[in-house]
Design a binder for this molecule. Structure first.
Ligand code: GDP
Length: 478
């Protein structure tokens, strides 16, 4: 298909006048709407340092197929995206509110904060984006769908309560996602607050404060009284700086759906997080299995905006169907292309879904290793007693087949629980139960999520099984 001068200029991100000038040098007089044949496009593209590829293959359904690497000089600093996790009632919601009220961007402009699933604040001229759904359910759901949205996790621990089961969950999730952790010790206003005990308890998870020789950042806050919020934001900015978070605002946008719903009056309303590029009104967007055109955009304080750069959450309308939280989106240069890709994705959706929900199974482990899809095998190890847990961990860590290492993302004594299954689903892990079994409900969830649970009573059988699966020599199951 031919490109016009204007379209070509857009694709190579050069002003149309430059393209016209280059064409003139080649002896071609062209206006902006002049259409160019493939050879000419190739010439101009090469001149501008681009390789010209043929038209989009219609059966491509993964956005990665369309991604062009950003060159270093186009990359600019972007705000961090932060998720707050922790045990129920430890103050996640209160902390999110306290932060939002402390310094909403442009609050003087009279915008009304609305709940769109994410918001942005500014501290010392630096923006910070918060995912406004506390708890690890949203985090896990998005990760299970393959989305990596969060750059930093804040683990909230109530100073009067200490480390609780969901605190541990949260830590496991953050670590499995390789997200840096900041610990916020909350409820410091309470007379019964005991921050030293919290710090002591967290050393067990390798979260050790700097004053004790570790490298985890701790901040003491009272979300209720709004105390320590500034310091918390400073720490986030500091941690973000170390991460060197970058994106290219000059390209077409891509990112992830944070939440979406059907609104009676407005149709599909989706909150999306732009992760790379800049999203603009009028953009042709493919989002999950659906597509559309961005008709209007609003920010977290309900102001209309015309564009949104990296790490910005915006609410958009103009998409045909309701996407899911964690669905990726990508903007394409025109409607026709967007539609074609969306249709291809739709028709391939069954296959794609099977691929993503079927995390890892021992049966196809070998194939995945062969294809280079797996470099680390994530395992969750549950056993009847702590002694067995340690023995299993020791034995499993020794496995190394063709450079693929075993990575134990959670271990502990006790029954296999539903939370183990959700962590496994989010992390593509296999669960190993040693002298323990899952409950009926857990088993059911595992089936739904495509998580494999292997039960054993002899340690060397565990290592033997994993090792032979990695080598593609698994015996058929009876
Ligand atoms: P979440 O379940 O983690 O989201 O916890 P919430 O934010 O809903 O807080 C649970 C309870 O703890 C509420 O009654 C809050 O008012 C209270 N709370 C939260 N932060 C603080 C704090 O800093 N100090 C005190 N005293 N109470 C707090």
């Amino acid at each position: 298909e031919d490109l016009t001068v204007g379209q070509l200029a857009e694709q190579i991100e050069k002003p149309a006048s430059d393209v016209i000038k280059t064409l003139m040098q080649l002896g071609i007089m062209a206006s902006i709407n002049h259409s160019l044949d493939r050879d000419t496009v190739e010439l101009i593209g090469e001149e501008a340092g681009f390789e010209v590829k043929d038209e989009v293959v219609t059966d491509a359904t993964k956005f990665e197929d369309f991604v062009i690497e950003d060159s270093d000089e186009d990359l600019q600093e972007r705000p961090p995206v932060v998720t707050i996790m922790g045990h129920v009632d430890h103050g996640k919601t209160t902390l999110l509110d306290a932060i939002r009220h402390s310094r909403v961007v442009n609050s003087e402009a009279g915008g009304i904060t609305q709940h769109i699933g994410a918001y942005q604040v500014e501290k010392d001229g630096k923006k910070i984006t918060f995912i406004d759904t506390p708890g690890h359910a949203a985090f896990t759901e998005m990760r299970a769908r393959g989305a990596k949205v969060t750059d930093l996790v804040i683990i909230v621990v109530a100073a009067d309560d200490g480390v609780m089961p969901q605190t541990r969950e949260a830590i496991d999730h953050a670590k499995a996602a390789e997200c840096p952790i900041i610990v916020a010790i909350n409820k410091m206003d309470k007379p019964t607050a005991n921050p030293d005990r919290v710090m002591q308890e967290l050393t067990e998870y390798n979260l050790i404060p700097e004053e004790w020789g570790g490298n985890t950042v701790f901040v003491k806050v009272s979300a209720l009284k709004g105390e320590g919020i500034d310091e918390c934001l400073d720490m986030i900015n500091l941690a973000a700086e170390m991460e060197e978070l970058k994106a290219n605002p000059k390209r077409l946008a891509s990112g992830t759906v944070v939440e979406a719903k059907l609104d009676k009056g407005r149709g599909t309303v989706a909150t999306i997080l732009v992760q790379n590029g800049t999203l603009r009104i009028g953009d042709a967007i493919v989002i999950g299995k659906t597509y559309g055109r961005v008709r209007a955009m609003a920010n977290d304080i309900n102001q209309e905006v015309k564009e949104a750069g990296p790490s910005t959450p915006v609410e958009i309308i103009g998409i045909h169907e309701v996407p899911l939280a964690g669905d990726p989106f990508m903007v394409f240069s025109d409607d026709k292309e967007a539609r074609k890709i969306a249709e291809a994705r739709e028709s391939n959706v069954k296959r794609e879904e099977q691929k993503t929900t079927k995390a890892v199974s021992l049966d196809d482990l070998f194939a995945q290793i062969q294809e280079g899809e797996i470099k680390e095998l994530n395992l969750i190890v549950k056993a009847d007693v702590q002694g067995s847990v340690e023995a299993l961990k020791g034995a499993l860590h020794k496995i190394d087949v063709e450079g693929v290492k075993v990575n134990i993302i959670r271990s502990g004594a006790g029954a296999i629980a539903e939370t183990d299954v959700s962590l496994a689903a989010a992390s593509n892990a296999i669960i190993i139960g040693f002298n323990v079994r899952p409950t009926g409900k857990t088993r059911e969830l595992a089936r739904e999520e495509g998580v494999e649970i292997r039960l054993h009573t002899i340690i060397y059988k565990v290592t033997e099984e994993i090792e032979s699966a990695m080598k593609g020599m698994l015996d058929p199951e009876f």
